[in-house]
Design a protein around this ligand. Structure first.
Ligand code: ACO
Length: 385
Protein backbone atom coordinates (compact mmCIF):
# COMPACT_ATOMS: atom_id res chain seq x y z
CA UNK A 1 0.00 0.00 0.00
CA UNK A 2 1.25 3.45 -0.77
CA UNK A 3 0.58 6.66 1.18
CA UNK A 4 1.02 8.81 -1.89
CA UNK A 5 -2.05 9.83 -3.80
CA UNK A 6 -1.78 12.29 -6.69
CA UNK A 7 -5.02 14.14 -5.95
CA UNK A 8 -4.96 14.19 -2.14
CA UNK A 9 -5.17 17.72 -0.76
CA UNK A 10 -5.68 17.93 3.03
CA UNK A 11 -8.73 20.00 3.85
CA UNK A 12 -9.53 19.99 0.09
CA UNK A 13 -7.30 23.05 -0.12
CA UNK A 14 -7.34 24.37 -3.68
CA UNK A 15 -9.70 21.62 -4.88
CA UNK A 16 -12.81 22.92 -6.70
CA UNK A 17 -15.91 21.05 -5.52
CA UNK A 18 -18.51 22.79 -7.65
CA UNK A 19 -19.14 25.46 -10.28
CA UNK A 20 -20.79 28.57 -8.88
CA UNK A 21 -21.71 32.10 -9.86
CA UNK A 22 -22.69 33.30 -6.39
CA UNK A 23 -19.49 35.04 -5.31
CA UNK A 24 -15.90 35.58 -6.38
CA UNK A 25 -12.79 35.88 -4.21
CA UNK A 26 -9.36 37.00 -5.36
CA UNK A 27 -7.30 36.26 -2.26
CA UNK A 28 -4.16 37.91 -3.61
CA UNK A 29 -5.75 41.24 -4.48
CA UNK A 30 -8.25 41.21 -1.60
CA UNK A 31 -11.29 41.23 -3.86
CA UNK A 32 -14.73 39.90 -2.91
CA UNK A 33 -17.73 40.20 -5.23
CA UNK A 34 -21.31 38.99 -4.81
CA UNK A 35 -22.76 38.14 -8.24
CA UNK A 36 -20.08 40.38 -9.78
CA UNK A 37 -20.65 43.42 -7.55
CA UNK A 38 -17.94 44.40 -5.06
CA UNK A 39 -18.83 43.80 -1.44
CA UNK A 40 -17.59 47.30 -0.72
CA UNK A 41 -20.27 48.81 -3.01
CA UNK A 42 -22.94 46.60 -1.47
CA UNK A 43 -21.94 47.37 2.13
CA UNK A 44 -21.94 51.11 1.46
CA UNK A 45 -24.80 51.50 -1.06
CA UNK A 46 -27.12 48.53 -0.66
CA UNK A 47 -28.71 46.84 2.34
CA UNK A 48 -29.06 43.29 3.63
CA UNK A 49 -32.47 42.52 2.14
CA UNK A 50 -31.53 43.79 -1.33
CA UNK A 51 -28.18 41.96 -1.15
CA UNK A 52 -29.97 38.78 -0.09
CA UNK A 53 -32.17 39.03 -3.19
CA UNK A 54 -29.09 39.57 -5.36
CA UNK A 55 -27.32 36.53 -3.91
CA UNK A 56 -30.34 34.25 -4.15
CA UNK A 57 -31.61 35.21 -7.58
CA UNK A 58 -28.51 36.47 -9.39
CA UNK A 59 -29.42 40.12 -10.08
CA UNK A 60 -30.40 43.21 -8.13
CA UNK A 61 -34.19 43.39 -7.74
CA UNK A 62 -36.41 45.92 -9.50
CA UNK A 63 -38.30 48.20 -7.07
CA UNK A 64 -41.40 46.00 -7.25
CA UNK A 65 -39.42 42.75 -6.82
CA UNK A 66 -37.71 44.30 -3.81
CA UNK A 67 -41.00 45.46 -2.31
CA UNK A 68 -42.49 41.95 -2.66
CA UNK A 69 -39.39 40.30 -1.21
CA UNK A 70 -39.31 42.73 1.70
CA UNK A 71 -42.99 42.15 2.40
CA UNK A 72 -42.61 38.35 2.21
CA UNK A 73 -39.69 38.48 4.64
CA UNK A 74 -41.69 40.69 6.99
CA UNK A 75 -44.64 38.30 6.95
CA UNK A 76 -42.53 35.26 7.80
CA UNK A 77 -40.67 36.62 10.83
CA UNK A 78 -42.95 34.99 13.36
CA UNK A 79 -42.17 31.59 14.86
CA UNK A 80 -44.60 28.96 16.19
CA UNK A 81 -45.22 29.04 19.92
CA UNK A 82 -44.01 25.44 20.11
CA UNK A 83 -40.59 26.58 18.88
CA UNK A 84 -40.54 29.21 21.62
CA UNK A 85 -41.51 26.48 24.11
CA UNK A 86 -38.74 24.27 22.77
CA UNK A 87 -36.22 27.04 23.35
CA UNK A 88 -37.50 27.59 26.88
CA UNK A 89 -36.65 23.95 27.59
CA UNK A 90 -33.03 24.28 26.43
CA UNK A 91 -30.42 24.77 29.17
CA UNK A 92 -29.84 28.46 29.87
CA UNK A 93 -26.09 27.83 29.97
CA UNK A 94 -26.06 26.22 26.53
CA UNK A 95 -24.38 27.88 23.59
CA UNK A 96 -26.78 30.04 21.51
CA UNK A 97 -25.37 28.48 18.35
CA UNK A 98 -26.49 25.03 19.55
CA UNK A 99 -29.91 26.46 20.37
CA UNK A 100 -30.11 27.96 16.89
CA UNK A 101 -29.10 24.70 15.24
CA UNK A 102 -31.69 22.75 17.23
CA UNK A 103 -34.41 25.32 16.52
CA UNK A 104 -33.71 25.42 12.78
CA UNK A 105 -33.79 21.62 12.60
CA UNK A 106 -37.09 21.65 14.52
CA UNK A 107 -38.45 24.40 12.25
CA UNK A 108 -38.27 21.98 9.35
CA UNK A 109 -40.77 19.71 11.13
CA UNK A 110 -43.41 22.44 10.77
CA UNK A 111 -42.83 22.81 7.04
CA UNK A 112 -42.38 19.28 5.68
CA UNK A 113 -42.59 18.14 2.11
CA UNK A 114 -40.38 20.80 0.53
CA UNK A 115 -40.00 19.91 -3.13
CA UNK A 116 -36.38 21.01 -3.24
CA UNK A 117 -36.24 21.34 -7.02
CA UNK A 118 -39.40 23.44 -7.31
CA UNK A 119 -38.59 27.20 -7.52
CA UNK A 120 -41.79 28.14 -5.64
CA UNK A 121 -41.07 26.00 -2.60
CA UNK A 122 -37.41 27.01 -2.78
CA UNK A 123 -38.45 30.67 -2.60
CA UNK A 124 -40.80 30.09 0.31
CA UNK A 125 -38.24 28.06 2.27
CA UNK A 126 -35.54 30.68 1.66
CA UNK A 127 -37.86 33.48 2.77
CA UNK A 128 -38.88 31.54 5.90
CA UNK A 129 -35.31 30.78 6.90
CA UNK A 130 -33.93 34.30 6.29
CA UNK A 131 -36.93 35.85 8.07
CA UNK A 132 -37.05 33.49 11.04
CA UNK A 133 -33.38 33.11 11.95
CA UNK A 134 -33.19 36.57 13.61
CA UNK A 135 -36.34 35.75 15.62
CA UNK A 136 -34.79 32.48 16.79
CA UNK A 137 -31.50 34.14 17.76
CA UNK A 138 -33.19 36.96 19.66
CA UNK A 139 -35.67 34.61 21.33
CA UNK A 140 -33.02 32.33 22.86
CA UNK A 141 -30.82 35.30 23.83
CA UNK A 142 -33.69 36.67 25.93
CA UNK A 143 -35.33 33.48 27.18
CA UNK A 144 -32.10 32.12 28.67
CA UNK A 145 -31.92 35.19 30.94
CA UNK A 146 -35.52 34.78 32.03
CA UNK A 147 -36.69 37.67 29.83
CA UNK A 148 -39.86 37.50 27.76
CA UNK A 149 -39.67 36.57 24.11
CA UNK A 150 -40.43 39.66 22.02
CA UNK A 151 -42.44 38.90 18.87
CA UNK A 152 -41.21 40.58 15.69
CA UNK A 153 -42.60 43.95 14.58
CA UNK A 154 -43.77 44.35 10.97
CA UNK A 155 -43.11 48.09 10.88
CA UNK A 156 -39.34 47.75 11.33
CA UNK A 157 -36.63 46.87 8.81
CA UNK A 158 -34.89 43.48 8.98
CA UNK A 159 -32.01 44.86 11.05
CA UNK A 160 -34.05 47.24 13.20
CA UNK A 161 -36.43 44.43 14.03
CA UNK A 162 -33.64 42.08 15.10
CA UNK A 163 -32.04 44.66 17.40
CA UNK A 164 -35.49 45.47 18.79
CA UNK A 165 -36.30 41.79 19.45
CA UNK A 166 -32.93 41.39 21.15
CA UNK A 167 -32.86 44.48 23.35
CA UNK A 168 -36.48 45.65 23.58
CA UNK A 169 -35.47 49.03 22.14
CA UNK A 170 -35.87 50.26 18.56
CA UNK A 171 -32.33 51.22 17.50
CA UNK A 172 -31.60 54.57 15.92
CA UNK A 173 -30.81 54.85 12.19
CA UNK A 174 -27.02 54.93 12.56
CA UNK A 175 -26.93 51.78 14.67
CA UNK A 176 -29.29 49.79 12.48
CA UNK A 177 -27.49 50.89 9.29
CA UNK A 178 -24.11 49.82 10.64
CA UNK A 179 -25.52 46.51 11.83
CA UNK A 180 -27.17 46.01 8.44
CA UNK A 181 -23.84 46.63 6.66
CA UNK A 182 -22.25 43.99 8.94
CA UNK A 183 -24.90 41.51 7.76
CA UNK A 184 -24.11 42.38 4.13
CA UNK A 185 -20.42 41.65 4.77
CA UNK A 186 -21.20 38.26 6.32
CA UNK A 187 -23.85 37.14 3.83
CA UNK A 188 -21.70 35.03 1.52
CA UNK A 189 -18.13 33.87 1.06
CA UNK A 190 -17.71 31.18 -1.56
CA UNK A 191 -16.89 27.61 -0.66
CA UNK A 192 -16.07 28.05 3.02
CA UNK A 193 -16.45 25.17 5.51
CA UNK A 194 -20.08 25.82 6.50
CA UNK A 195 -21.23 26.37 2.91
CA UNK A 196 -19.49 23.18 1.87
CA UNK A 197 -21.10 21.35 4.77
CA UNK A 198 -24.50 22.67 3.64
CA UNK A 199 -23.72 21.68 0.07
CA UNK A 200 -22.86 18.10 1.03
CA UNK A 201 -26.13 17.89 2.97
CA UNK A 202 -28.04 19.51 0.08
CA UNK A 203 -26.61 16.97 -2.37
CA UNK A 204 -28.63 14.23 -0.65
CA UNK A 205 -31.75 16.23 -1.68
CA UNK A 206 -32.84 16.62 1.92
CA UNK A 207 -34.86 19.69 2.99
CA UNK A 208 -33.32 23.19 3.33
CA UNK A 209 -33.91 23.33 7.11
CA UNK A 210 -31.61 20.34 7.50
CA UNK A 211 -29.13 21.94 5.07
CA UNK A 212 -29.03 25.13 7.14
CA UNK A 213 -28.81 23.31 10.46
CA UNK A 214 -25.81 21.34 9.12
CA UNK A 215 -24.14 24.56 8.06
CA UNK A 216 -24.83 26.20 11.45
CA UNK A 217 -23.07 23.30 13.20
CA UNK A 218 -20.03 23.81 11.01
CA UNK A 219 -19.98 27.60 11.35
CA UNK A 220 -19.83 27.25 15.13
CA UNK A 221 -16.25 25.93 15.24
CA UNK A 222 -13.46 28.26 16.43
CA UNK A 223 -11.58 27.92 13.15
CA UNK A 224 -14.63 29.32 11.33
CA UNK A 225 -17.44 31.59 12.59
CA UNK A 226 -16.75 30.70 16.23
CA UNK A 227 -13.61 32.84 15.94
CA UNK A 228 -15.72 36.05 16.29
CA UNK A 229 -16.44 35.19 19.90
CA UNK A 230 -12.92 33.90 20.60
CA UNK A 231 -11.37 37.17 19.36
CA UNK A 232 -13.10 39.13 22.13
CA UNK A 233 -12.08 36.54 24.72
CA UNK A 234 -8.49 36.86 23.46
CA UNK A 235 -8.54 40.67 23.54
CA UNK A 236 -9.88 40.56 27.10
CA UNK A 237 -7.04 38.21 28.10
CA UNK A 238 -4.49 40.55 26.55
CA UNK A 239 -6.10 43.39 28.47
CA UNK A 240 -3.86 46.31 27.53
CA UNK A 241 -1.91 47.74 24.63
CA UNK A 242 1.39 47.22 26.48
CA UNK A 243 0.69 43.51 26.89
CA UNK A 244 0.04 42.91 23.19
CA UNK A 245 3.56 42.13 21.98
CA UNK A 246 4.63 39.79 24.83
CA UNK A 247 1.25 38.00 24.69
CA UNK A 248 1.39 37.47 20.94
CA UNK A 249 5.06 36.44 20.93
CA UNK A 250 4.39 33.81 23.61
CA UNK A 251 1.39 32.42 21.74
CA UNK A 252 3.13 32.30 18.39
CA UNK A 253 6.24 30.69 19.94
CA UNK A 254 3.89 28.03 21.39
CA UNK A 255 2.51 27.56 17.84
CA UNK A 256 -0.96 28.67 18.89
CA UNK A 257 -3.32 30.33 16.44
CA UNK A 258 -4.20 33.99 16.93
CA UNK A 259 -7.97 34.23 16.60
CA UNK A 260 -9.28 36.48 13.86
CA UNK A 261 -6.11 36.09 11.78
CA UNK A 262 -5.39 33.99 8.73
CA UNK A 263 -7.58 32.74 5.94
CA UNK A 264 -7.41 29.86 3.50
CA UNK A 265 -8.22 32.20 0.59
CA UNK A 266 -6.73 35.59 1.48
CA UNK A 267 -3.02 36.28 1.27
CA UNK A 268 -3.69 39.93 2.18
CA UNK A 269 -5.96 41.60 4.74
CA UNK A 270 -9.53 40.40 4.33
CA UNK A 271 -11.41 43.17 2.45
CA UNK A 272 -14.33 42.73 4.87
CA UNK A 273 -12.03 43.55 7.81
CA UNK A 274 -11.10 46.81 6.05
CA UNK A 275 -14.79 47.78 5.69
CA UNK A 276 -15.55 46.71 9.27
CA UNK A 277 -12.87 49.12 10.49
CA UNK A 278 -14.55 51.94 8.56
CA UNK A 279 -17.87 50.96 10.13
CA UNK A 280 -16.20 50.87 13.56
CA UNK A 281 -15.03 54.47 12.99
CA UNK A 282 -18.64 55.52 12.28
CA UNK A 283 -20.03 53.56 15.23
CA UNK A 284 -17.49 54.91 17.71
CA UNK A 285 -17.90 58.51 16.53
CA UNK A 286 -21.60 58.25 17.46
CA UNK A 287 -21.51 56.10 20.57
CA UNK A 288 -17.96 56.41 21.91
CA UNK A 289 -15.04 54.07 21.33
CA UNK A 290 -14.42 50.62 22.74
CA UNK A 291 -11.31 49.97 24.86
CA UNK A 292 -11.04 46.66 22.97
CA UNK A 293 -10.53 48.53 19.71
CA UNK A 294 -7.24 50.06 20.84
CA UNK A 295 -5.94 46.64 21.87
CA UNK A 296 -7.17 45.18 18.59
CA UNK A 297 -5.42 47.73 16.37
CA UNK A 298 -2.21 47.11 18.32
CA UNK A 299 -2.64 43.33 17.84
CA UNK A 300 -2.94 43.94 14.10
CA UNK A 301 0.11 46.23 14.07
CA UNK A 302 2.30 43.76 16.00
CA UNK A 303 1.08 40.78 13.98
CA UNK A 304 2.23 42.56 10.84
CA UNK A 305 5.81 41.95 12.01
CA UNK A 306 5.12 38.47 13.43
CA UNK A 307 2.84 36.83 10.85
CA UNK A 308 2.98 38.71 7.55
CA UNK A 309 5.82 36.47 6.32
CA UNK A 310 3.20 33.68 6.33
CA UNK A 311 0.60 35.90 4.63
CA UNK A 312 -1.49 35.82 7.79
CA UNK A 313 -3.56 38.99 8.22
CA UNK A 314 -6.78 40.06 9.95
CA UNK A 315 -9.88 38.27 8.72
CA UNK A 316 -13.59 39.20 8.92
CA UNK A 317 -13.90 37.83 12.45
CA UNK A 318 -11.25 40.12 13.90
CA UNK A 319 -13.23 43.36 14.01
CA UNK A 320 -16.84 42.20 13.77
CA UNK A 321 -17.15 41.20 17.43
CA UNK A 322 -15.83 44.56 18.61
CA UNK A 323 -18.65 46.27 16.72
CA UNK A 324 -21.27 43.81 17.91
CA UNK A 325 -20.16 44.17 21.54
CA UNK A 326 -20.40 47.97 21.25
CA UNK A 327 -23.94 47.46 19.92
CA UNK A 328 -24.84 45.56 23.09
CA UNK A 329 -24.80 42.04 21.61
CA UNK A 330 -23.48 39.35 23.95
CA UNK A 331 -20.30 37.59 22.90
CA UNK A 332 -21.72 34.10 22.50
CA UNK A 333 -24.39 35.55 20.20
CA UNK A 334 -21.79 36.72 17.65
CA UNK A 335 -21.73 33.34 15.82
CA UNK A 336 -25.56 33.16 15.62
CA UNK A 337 -25.59 36.72 14.25
CA UNK A 338 -23.06 35.55 11.68
CA UNK A 339 -25.43 32.66 10.82
CA UNK A 340 -28.36 35.09 10.41
CA UNK A 341 -26.41 36.70 7.57
CA UNK A 342 -24.66 33.66 6.09
CA UNK A 343 -27.94 31.78 5.76
CA UNK A 344 -28.34 33.73 2.52
CA UNK A 345 -25.12 32.35 1.05
CA UNK A 346 -25.97 28.83 2.21
CA UNK A 347 -29.35 29.05 0.50
CA UNK A 348 -27.95 30.53 -2.70
CA UNK A 349 -25.52 27.60 -2.94
CA UNK A 350 -28.31 25.15 -2.01
CA UNK A 351 -30.36 26.41 -4.97
CA UNK A 352 -27.39 26.05 -7.32
CA UNK A 353 -26.66 22.57 -6.03
CA UNK A 354 -30.14 21.11 -6.36
CA UNK A 355 -30.54 22.58 -9.86
CA UNK A 356 -27.77 20.36 -11.15
CA UNK A 357 -27.33 17.88 -8.35
CA UNK A 358 -24.59 15.35 -7.96
CA UNK A 359 -24.34 13.50 -4.65
CA UNK A 360 -21.11 14.31 -2.82
CA UNK A 361 -19.31 11.08 -2.20
CA UNK A 362 -15.56 11.60 -2.17
CA UNK A 363 -13.09 8.86 -1.48
CA UNK A 364 -10.38 8.34 1.13
CA UNK A 365 -6.93 6.90 1.34
CA UNK A 366 -7.18 3.80 3.49
CA UNK A 367 -4.26 3.51 5.88
CA UNK A 368 -5.47 0.66 8.08
CA UNK A 369 -4.67 -3.03 8.15
CA UNK A 370 -6.01 -5.91 6.07
CA UNK A 371 -6.87 -9.56 6.57
CA UNK A 372 -6.72 -9.67 10.38
CA UNK A 373 -8.28 -12.70 12.13
CA UNK A 374 -11.27 -12.27 14.46
CA UNK A 375 -10.13 -13.10 18.04
CA UNK A 376 -12.52 -14.03 20.86
CA UNK A 377 -12.45 -11.63 23.86
CA UNK A 378 -10.17 -13.78 26.09
CA UNK A 379 -7.65 -14.08 23.33
CA UNK A 380 -7.12 -10.34 22.78
CA UNK A 381 -3.90 -8.64 23.62
CA UNK A 382 -4.61 -4.94 24.25
CA UNK A 383 -1.18 -3.90 23.03
CA UNK A 384 -1.90 -5.46 19.65
CA UNK A 385 -5.22 -3.68 19.13
N1 ACO B 1 -2.18 32.64 14.04
C1 ACO B 1 -0.89 32.24 13.95
N2 ACO B 1 -0.41 31.56 12.90
C2 ACO B 1 -1.25 31.28 11.90
C3 ACO B 1 -2.60 31.67 11.93
C4 ACO B 1 -3.05 32.38 13.04
N3 ACO B 1 -4.32 32.77 13.15
N4 ACO B 1 -3.21 31.24 10.82
C5 ACO B 1 -2.28 30.60 10.10
N5 ACO B 1 -1.09 30.62 10.76
C6 ACO B 1 0.17 30.02 10.31
C7 ACO B 1 0.14 28.52 10.65
O1 ACO B 1 0.65 28.27 11.95
C8 ACO B 1 1.00 27.96 9.56
O2 ACO B 1 2.35 28.17 9.90
P1 ACO B 1 3.47 27.06 9.55
O3 ACO B 1 3.47 26.99 8.05
O4 ACO B 1 4.71 27.60 10.14
O5 ACO B 1 2.99 25.78 10.17
C9 ACO B 1 0.67 28.83 8.36
O6 ACO B 1 0.25 30.09 8.90
C10 ACO B 1 -0.44 28.26 7.49
O7 ACO B 1 -1.55 28.01 8.35
P2 ACO B 1 -2.66 26.92 8.10
O8 ACO B 1 -3.39 26.69 9.39
O9 ACO B 1 -2.09 25.75 7.42
O10 ACO B 1 -3.57 27.68 7.07
P3 ACO B 1 -5.05 27.33 6.74
O11 ACO B 1 -5.33 27.90 5.43
O12 ACO B 1 -5.31 25.88 6.91
O13 ACO B 1 -5.81 28.07 7.93
C11 ACO B 1 -7.36 29.16 9.23
C12 ACO B 1 -6.81 28.97 7.81
C13 ACO B 1 -7.92 27.83 9.74
C14 ACO B 1 -8.49 30.17 9.16
C15 ACO B 1 -6.24 29.65 10.17
O14 ACO B 1 -5.66 30.83 9.67
C16 ACO B 1 -6.72 29.84 11.60
O15 ACO B 1 -6.82 28.86 12.35
N6 ACO B 1 -7.03 31.09 12.01
C17 ACO B 1 -7.51 31.38 13.34
C18 ACO B 1 -9.02 31.11 13.46
C19 ACO B 1 -9.84 32.13 12.70
O16 ACO B 1 -9.65 33.33 12.81
N7 ACO B 1 -10.78 31.61 11.93
C20 ACO B 1 -11.73 32.45 11.16
C21 ACO B 1 -11.43 32.39 9.67
S1 ACO B 1 -12.50 33.44 8.79
C22 ACO B 1 -13.97 32.63 8.79
O17 ACO B 1 -14.03 31.42 8.86
C23 ACO B 1 -15.20 33.36 8.75
Amino acid sequence: MTDAHPTFSPGLSGVPVTRSSVSFIDGTRGVLEYRGISVNSLATKSNFVETAYLLLFGALPTPSQLATFRQDLGEHRRIKYRIVDLMKCLPEGGHPMDALQAAVAALGMFYPGVDVQNPKTQYLSAVRLIAKLPTLVAAYARLRHGDDYLPPRDDLTHSENFLYMLTGRVPDKVLSEIFDACLVLHAEHGMNASTFSGLVTASTLTDPYTVVSSAIGTLKGPLHGGATEKVLIMLTHIGSVSNVRPWLEARIAAKEKIMGFGHREYKVKDPRAVILQQLAGRLFSHYGSSPMYEVATEVERVNESLLSSKNVYANVDFYSGILYERMGIERDCFPPVFAMARVVGWLAHWMEQVKDNHLFRPTEIYQGKHGLPYRPPDDRNLAEL
